[in-house]
Design a protein around this ligand. Sequence first.
Ligand code: FES
Length: 167
Amino acid sequence: MSATVEPTCDLTKLDPILARYPAERRSLVMVLQDAQKTYQYLPRPVLERIAEALKVPRSHVYHLATFYKAFSLEPRGRHICTVCLGTACHVRGALRLVEHVERRAGIKAGATTPDLELTLETVNCVGACALGPVVIVDGEYVGSATTTKLDKALKGIVKGAVEEQQA
Ligand code: FES
């Protein structure tokens, strides 16, 4: 169940963002950053409206939106769970943690739950190898992560996890 339903996107939220910057090419990254913050990702109609407003080719807007890792073209969840799969974390069982969250949330790594509650991501080393395996839930580091610690961190976010624990 990894398919994500794209939410409807309210283009009027773009107006205050576009009003903040000069309507020219050099504003593009800043406008994209603010749009990403507002929508949690960059929906296609938003990118097209930005291209039109800043008078830059759509291809350039898409290029930038896909070039920077901070931007996402897919809907992202209100909560982000990032499991480190760098070598130090991998040898301490990080893959098992990914599989655990995948099972709990019913999605694959890289996907978002259909209710847009959770996005599960993996990264290669977040620079805290001594704490491995490391998982980051909404910016909070969970060091020496275990499935129990993860369930605790995800409680209230992943409905399935709570239900399964209570069953
Ligand atoms: S490998 Fe996971 S923090 Fe470095």
